[in-house]
Ligand binder design. Structure first.
Ligand code: GDP
Ligand code: IMO
Ligand code: MG
Length: 431
């Protein structure tokens, strides 16, 4: 029996989708537990690319249970389109089931309007959000005005809650942000249609997962974003509006921590970031551009160019501690092929001292940190066909071994290309 949480250790886009798809083979249940369609998880199987924003990355496998947990915020229009697209392409296997937690919160049009209006007003100090209404939807959850799937499914409740929300949100939108108001009738009609479409998927997903665990099924909890976008531990305020670290998997799926056996942290062999915020190892010159091109580093959700830099082990080590990571899946190692030397950041220097164990909470100080690098020799051989560590060049192995020593946990998988098959499996947490 193994119940495993997968989280990103950096600022998202570490390759979680690919790794979840691989581990899903041995899992019975694949559950998302936070975030919404700010996520973009990419799977490549036999040359065909699938980008998922809401549906868990286990969906391509038959006889699985895929769950959108209570900790998520769900835009129904995006979810319906995603399900339709999967069905049209025959990528939704007949014996795979999809369930949405009745407690998950629903993203409404006013959330998206407010997300955009706030960013506009912030101007130069904007967060660089995905504009999907994620922050405002979580805000409503915390202020207890949010609309959950179960509320949407009950016409009377929905009607009352929507009326109150539209009144309040229109006050902010028109009086504070100088934006257009939203229309109650149009939203009611549109969302009643979504309710009809989503009713068949609504369930008590905590109970479903619990019963599966009792039967001995394997559960994979699929994180979105990365630990440094966590609302508590990330580079606040340049973060997303949910807890992205492993502890969130329990609250966001309704499963107790005693049921978790392992936590795999996904770590890209270098660092990327979309949106604003400090980035100590950022490379703004030629090497950064080279990594951006070789790694095709464009946002899977917004298409924005991702900022690129050297691997920052101060960030990764902090994620390992905060998420209790037991193994690392190292991704996109092939992207570093041909770059020599390769640098790894092992500490941050400031005018008054060094950070090695944690990142500064003060964003002004974080922005002033300078990286302390170790240099490693690179390699030029194509590594994308390697199936075992022995097939990797000596310098590639040395890079992996150095990361493992710095991380203090085992590297359990090495990814050498976007395809499912371009993977070196070292220690399968489900085995
Ligand atoms: P996620 O949000 O963590 O699931 O990551 P994304 O899907 O947003 O971004 C990762 C990108 O890298 C996708 O385009 C993947 O297809 C691709 N990818 C994943 N692993 C590898 C790898 O080992 N090598 C290369 N070259 N690409 C990879
Ligand atoms: P996956 O799951 C990378 C970033 C946004 C922005 C900040 C806040 O694909 O790794 P939000 O819309 O969440 O309020 O934006 O968080 N962000 C991501 N960056 N990958 C993601 O998801 C992200 N989800 C949000 O760019 O900086
Ligand atoms: Mg992504």
């Amino acid at each position: 029996m193994a119940n495993v949480i997968i989280v990103g250790t950096q600022w998202g886009d570490e390759g979680k989708g690919k790794i979840v798809d691989i581990y899903a083979r041995e899992s019975d249940v694949i559950a998302r537990f936070q975030g919404g369609n700010n996520a973009g998880h990419t799977l490549v199987v036999n040359g065909e690319q699938t980008i998922l924003h809401l549906v868990p990355s286990g969906i391509l496998h038959n006889r699985k249970i895929c769950i959108l947990g209570n900790g998520m915020v769900i835009d129904p229009s995006v979810l319906i389109l995603e399900i339709e697209a999967l069905r049209e392409k025959n990528l939704f296997p007949p014996d795979t089931k999809l369930y949405i937690s009745e407690n998950a919160h629903i993203i409404m049009p006013y959330h998206k309007s407010l997300d955009g209006a706030r960013e506009l007003r912030k101007g130069a100090v904007k967060i660089g959000t995905t504009g999907r209404g994620i922050g405002p939807a979580y805000e409503d959850k915390i202020t207890r005005t949010g609309i959950r799937l179960s509320d949407l499914l009950n016409g009377e409740t929905f009607c009352e809650m929507l009326r109150r929300n539209v009144e309040e949100k229109n006050f902010y939108l028109t009086k504070f942000y100088n934006e257009k108001p939203v229309e109650y009738d149009a939203i009611f009609d549109e969302y009643s249609g979504y309710a009809d479409r989503l009713r068949e998927y609504a369930a008590n997903t905590s109970l479903i997962i619990y019963n599966e665990i009792k039967k001995g099924s394997h559960v994979l909890f699929e994180g979105a974003q990365g630990c440094h976008l966590d609302i508590d531990y990330g580079t606040y305020p340049f973060v997303t509006s949910s807890n992205t670290s492993a502890g969130s998997a329990c609250c966001g799926s309704g499963i107790g921590p005693t049921k978790i056996d392992a936590v795999v942290g996904i770590c890209k062999a270098y660092t990327t970031r979309v949106g604003e915020g400090p980035f100590v190892t950022e490379l703004t010159g030629e090497t950064g551009e080279r990594i951006q091109k070789a790694g095709a580093e464009f946002g899977a959700t917004t298409g924005r160019k991702r900022r690129c830099g050297w691997l920052d082990m101060v960030l990764v080590k902090e994620s390992i501690r905060i998420s209790g990571i037991t193994g690392i899946a190292l991704t996109k190692l092939d992207v570093l092929t041909g770059i020599d030397p390769i640098k790894i950041c092992v500490a941050y220097k400031t005018d008054t001292g060094e950070f090695t164990e944690y990142t500064p909470s003060d964003m002004k100080l974080f922005s002033q940190c300078r990286p302390v690098y170790e240099e490693m020799d690179g390699w030029s051989e194509d590594i994308s066909k390697a199936k075992t560590m022995d097939e990797l060049p000596v310098n590639t192995r040395k890079y992996i071994e150095r990361l493992e020593a710095l991380a203090g946990v085992d590297i359990s998988l090495v990814s050498v290309g976007p395809e499912r098959k371009e993977t070196i499996m070292l220690d399968n947490p489900f085995a």
